[in-house]
Design a protein around this ligand. Structure first.
Ligand code: HAM
Length: 419
């Protein structure tokens, strides 16, 4: 006997009827971006490996440990996209969008791939909704991007999250800060792997979760205290704009992001109901990324919101997202009603009512049971005698009431009942 086939490890699937809620999460999060004039961009699922090595950073976990990289038949090294920002930059440069009106504002949604150890909320195929706004360093753009994410979460009814915010400085103030941090870390009692990490990316040591390391980091120098005046001014203006728009945040000067391209404003949305994988979204500025990838010296800012984790957050808060039921109407034909049913179903669907019908031979009792299970609030029974009289029986599954409704009047009657 062969083994039963199963989806690969760490790949979530969304099946009906729950998948309707998942789609509603994506729709709810992306709507504020559409309202703010972001255009949809559909990107390749795989790109040249070099794009991520250059764009995301060779020393990041994402690039060094988690990429799904393969050679194609022409022996080119390709990688399933681990994130969206580098691909957007490549596309903007390749199609010269950066030569047109700025900022370029785009949004995307879809699967990304990271070979992480799977656990609740951490998947190997993860889904994100993201935006990127390229070509302006106006703090108003930072505030716009952050507010889009915030209002997306709120539109779903989420309340148990917080926005954490910091500034990671720029090419001018980060290098001297980094030196300061390296000197500080040099004086600590750290094991060899941590020292190695400190050499490659000292900022990441600030994210160490071990108590013996945390205890030594209390007096570590923080980027926020060493911003140049331009970065400090920029950060103050972003905060002021968020305050004015009543977007709540906490400043977290120890935030560490997993990707190397961030500069200046950097943020994360954290939800308390998810356990260890609490980051439901994150983003920030990446003022050197475009030129790093061969484009113009343009700054940019964006975010990626985790759709899987946002969906889990909605569940954790007990929120009903998406339609309460997958159908409006369920049609149960009996006898000669079976001939008429497909026409009626088509008519109801054309009127915008979500309609399904029973297929195959079924006794009335079994058919009504199936109708009940369909979740549709209204069931239309098309019986032979009723048809001859030009009516159908409409049953409300909530109240149990039943009415004979003239066929000619059926669509407006149901629309009225459902409104
Ligand atoms: P990121 O922080 O790596 O940023 O990912 C963004 C979000 O994707 C996370 O906050 C999380 O919700 C979700 N996510 C990441 N990895 C997983 C996983 N293994 N399983 C489930 N969900 C996951 C980026 O990807 C940047 N490209 C965001 C960005 C856009 N920055 C600027 N522009």
């Amino acid at each position: 006997m062969s083994d039963a086939l199963a989806a690969p490890k760490g790949v979530p699937e969304y099946l009906p009827p729950e998948s309707a809620a998942w789609l509603a999460v994506r729709e709810g999060l992306s709507r504020p971006a559409v309202l703010a004039g972001y255009g949809y961009i559909e990107l390749p699922i795989f790109e040249d490996t070099a794009l991520y090595v250059r764009g995301v950073g060779e020393s990041t976990d994402v690039v060094s440990k988690e990429m799904y990289t393969f050679s194609d038949r022409g022996d080119r090294s390709l990688t399933l996209r681990p994130e969206g920002t580098a691909g957007v930059m490549r596309s903007v440069i390749e199609h010269r969008l950066d030569r047109g009106q700025l900022p370029v504002k785009v949004w995307y949604a879809g699967p990304f791939f990271r070979a992480e150890r799977p656990q609740h909320g951490r998947y190997r195929q993860l889904q994100q909704f993201g935006v990127e706004a390229i070509g302006s360093d106006d703090p108003a753009l930072d505030a716009e991007v952050i507010a889009i994410a915030d209002s997306g979460y709120r539109s779903l009814g989420l309340t148990g999250f917080r926005l954490e915010l910091t500034s990671l400085g720029c090419a001018e103030c980060r290098p001297p800060y980094r030196e300061r941090l390296v000197a500080f870390l040099d004086g600590l009692d750290l094991d060899e792997p941590t020292r190695e990490r400190a050499r490659i990316n000292p900022l990441r040591v600030l994210d160490d979760k071990r108590p013996e390391v945390i205890a030594q980091l209390t007096d570590a120098p923080l980027m926020l205290d060493h911003l140049c005046s331009a970065c400090a001014e920029h950060f103050a203006r972003v905060r002021g704009l968020l305050d004015a728009q009543q977007v709540a945040y906490v400043v977290n000067p120890r935030m560490v992001r997993g990707l190397d391209y961030y500069t200046r404003t950097t943020f994360e949305f954290v939800h308390d109901g998810l356990g260890a994988q609490s980051g439901i979204g994150g983003g920030g500025r990446y003022d050197g990324l475009m030129s790093e990838l061969g484009g113009q010296e343009l700054s940019g800012i964006g975010f990626g919101l985790g759709l899987d984790r946002t969906y889990l957050a909605c569940q954790a808060e007990g929120l009903q997202v998406g339609p309460a039921s997958p159908l409006d109407v369920y049609v149960v034909p009996v006898g000669a009603g079976r001939e008429r049913a497909p026409l009626l179903v088509a008519e109801l669907r054309a009127a915008g009512l979500r309609t399904d019908q029973i297929f195959g031979e079924r006794g009335l009792k079994g058919a009504m049971k199936q109708a009940d299970r369909s979740g549709a609030p209204y069931v239309v029974v098309l019986g032979e005698r009723d048809l001859a009289a030009g009516v159908a029986q409409v049953k409300s599954m909530h109240s149990g009431e039943q009415a004979a409704v003239p066929l000619a009047n059926l669509t407006p009657y149901l629309k009225e009942q459902l409104s």
